[in-house]
Design a protein around this ligand. Structure first.
Ligand code: C5P
Length: 217
């Protein structure tokens, strides 16, 4: 038998949303299901990679052969990514919350009965992808995702430069992609844009894993 294409390679993946606490019972979140990231983790493992999947709060089974690290917040995700290095490639699929509540309340915030509303102050979260791509333990291949609702390619191209990623996988989330089972993606690289037809998320994952194996070869 030929050796598996990704044998001996370590690939780091982030997936799912993050939850940013407001108080012990409330949080800021987003609609990421984690499906695409989990599918990519499974596909890479099937190609023989050692896969570390840093997952935000999602109710999905761990793909076969994948080492999963569960986190809740963006800052926990950043620390778990750092702890998983070094890696040959990183695929940052997580929909990391851009902001967290500044100084989450230690106790449940109560209505005071006067009809007054609390003010939520926000602080910016670390950009995990940009930190990794610009850091001194940068994986050889760094891939980011871009969920956009308009000007998908333009925004992805700008994001690639801004974040220092090798590839940005852009998808149009103006429809029912989030939580759905199919995805239409465009891969923006230094060489240009490659657009794939609408595919089930599992098929996107298999094809992307093969593309990653070719790039690391
Ligand atoms: O800037 P935007 O959130 O659109 O960028 C998306 C890409 O950046 C994804 O690959 C996502 O996983 C990554 N990201 C990150 N840390 C953040 C925000 C985004 O790693 N705080």
């Amino acid at each position: 038998d030929a050796p598996a294409p990704l044998a001996g390679k370590h690939v780091l993946i982030t997936a799912g949303p993050t939850h940013e606490p407001i108080d012990p019972v409330r949080y800021i979140a987003n609609r990421s299901s984690g499906k695409q990231g989990f599918a990519i983790a499974g596909a890479l493992a099937r190609l023989g990679a050692r896969v570390t999947l840093v997952a935000g709060p999602v109710a999905l089974p761990t793909p076969l052969g994948v080492t999963r690290v569960d986190v809740e917040t963006a800052r926990e995700m950043a620390a778990a990514v750092d702890a998983a290095l070094p890696a040959d490639a990183a695929v940052m699929v997580a929909a990391v919350a851009d902001w967290r509540a500044k100084g989450a309340a230690p106790q449940k915030i109560k209505k005071d009965g006067s009809g007054g509303t609390p003010t939520l102050r926000l602080a910016e979260n670390p950009d995990i992808l940009a930190t990794l791509a610009k850091g001194d333990r940068r994986p050889r291949l760094v891939i980011g995702f871009a969920a956009e609702t308009e000007q998908v390619i333009d925004h992805a191209t700008a994001k690639r430069a801004r974040k220092g990623a090798d590839w940005i996988v852009a998808n149009d989330v103006s429809g029912d992609v989030m939580g759905g089972d199919a995805n239409t993606i465009h891969i923006v690289t230094a060489d240009g844009v490659e657009s794939w037809e609408k595919l089930p998320k599992d098929a996107v994952a298999d094809r992307l894993a093969t593309r990653i194996a070719d790039a690391l070869d």
